[in-house]
Design a protein around this ligand. Sequence first.
Ligand SMILES: [Fe+2]
Length: 257
Amino acid sequence: MRVIRTLHVGPVQTNCYLVGNPETEQLLIVDPGAEPDVIRDEIRDTGMMPAAILLTHGHFDHIGAVRELLKVYDIPVVAGRGAEEFLKDYDKVAPGMFGDHLTREQLHFPVKKYVEDEELIEYAGFPITCFATPGHTSDGVCFFFPTEGVLFSGDTLFLESIGRTDLPTGDAKVLIESIRQQLYRLPGETLVFPGHGPATNIDYEKRYNIYTWERGQTKEQVSSQTKERRSWFRRKPRNTEPSEAETTGKDSDGQSD
Ligand SMILES: [Fe+2]
């Protein structure tokens, strides 16, 4: 059994995930966006040793605690190939008013590995396939754990929504193509853990995420899917997390910064 803990950290309640492997007694930290002390306490509570930090993209709210964590843990940081350029530019990492939430010093940390599209990596005993998913930012990457049937989607794909595209390097067309071409080919039952808000799965998003519907869908199809969606919610509330998953911290319906 794998342990997935979700911490809601920082000013926009980013989902920071701890993914533990009891066989290796190691864990991965996905998107440590803020509150390094809280993350460290939670790691200590698992009794496992961190093996790597995975970054889905370089926005301030996903990387804010990396520097502090690296002072405590000597572990590699893994990011998308595009992050090599993205992370050099403070104004892309923390655009406009978001600069209030990240010092320039917090951006100074080494990235050990920049992954390519479809690159297979292994940390903490987990094989992981990396998918380049630009569109929310140019450096977006999603991490797929095939043995677990789990995807960490960052700010690319949310429950019934997608990441915002109005920030530097954002591009709505590119984002939708990333989701359709890269993520929608994964098994439908794949659990999707996004950078903000609740978990979902690929089948559900294919059917009910209006942002990724094909242009050719008829009004009748859309209307019937909307009715189905309403009955789906009556039947089953928003609870798509695996029963063994543990969730800590406050609930959040955070959005896509
Ligand atoms: Fe973001």
